[in-house]
Design a protein around this ligand. Structure first.
Ligand SMILES: [Zn+2]
Length: 248
């Protein structure tokens, strides 16, 4: 005997099904959503489309509800708490609704929808609204407002890019494949320390990644430069013993 919770007439009811009944139900559901057996959502999608053409699209039952305002959501949230989706399940989900199976695959929003989306997501409606400075989760204590060292100019940056052969030192993409020049990144995040040992060429996407896990990035980039240019770095200190300044 399997207990199955389902949503019916505006309240949750618990029903007990025999194995046989469960199996039958599941089979009839499969038949109903038969155009893509892997993806039950496809059925809903299909249904919505039919509705869409005929009458106004009915909203999804949980639209706009939160666990604070709705008991049913609260219950779902409670029962999901601490649950971790296994890697296998993740793979399955990804396979069944990813790529070509995704309901939105190959489609794009109309201009009208895009305008609406922009309106709904901009200004005060944007989840990041007002989260500037220390309210922003990426806040690192005002470090980005430190002025760049005067030496961090185009001549210096060009030298670093040249030293690194115009290649992103993390992913290896060449400048020619990019629409913009490579960024020059301060390895220890200290923008006052503009010396070749503390600077490395990165493409923009790689540079953005360096905003998190700062410690491991410092170690990685220093290791890269040690390997390439024989620079030396003092253990646990940002920088540096000037022994050899090869490379530029
Ligand atoms: Zn890169």
């Amino acid at each position: 005997m399997k207990k199955r919770k389902y949503y019916y007439n505006d309240e949750w009811k618990e029903k007990t099904f025999t194995k046989e009944r469960s199996k039958k139900l599941s089979e009839s559901l499969k038949r109903y959503y038969n155009h893509n057996n892997n993806n039950p959502m496809c059925g809903f999608q299909k249904e919505h489309k039919i509705n869409n053409g005929r009458k106004k699209l009915e909203p999804i039952w949980n639209k706009g509800l939160t666990k604070e305002t709705d008991e049913r959501i609260m219950k779902i949230s409670k029962s999901n708490k601490g649950h971790k989706t296994s890697e296998e399940t993740k793979r399955k989900i990804s396979k069944s609704i990813g790529g070509k199976n995704h309901p939105f695959y190959g489609k794009s929003h109309t201009k009208e929808t895009k305008i609406k989306m922009r309106k709904n997501n901009s200004g005060k409606n944007n989840p990041m609204y007002g989260k500037v400075g220390n309210k922003n989760p990426s806040w690192k204590g005002g470090i980005s407002f430190e002025p760049y060292d005067k030496g961090f100019n185009n001549i210096f940056k060009r030298r670093i890019r040249k030293r690194d052969n115009q290649v992103c030192m993390f992913c290896g993409i060449h400048r020619e494949k990019l629409k913009r020049a490579l960024d020059v990144h301060h390895i220890n995040y200290d923008k006052q320390l503009t010396i070749p040992q503390n600077c490395i060429s990165l493409c923009r996407p790689c540079h953005i990644k360096t905003n998190h896990n700062r410690k491991s990035w410092i170690k990685l980039f220093q290791d890269i430069l040690i390997e390439r240019y024989n620079y030396e770095y003092k253990e646990n200190k940002p920088i540096i013993k000037f022994t050899r300044t090869t490379g530029y």
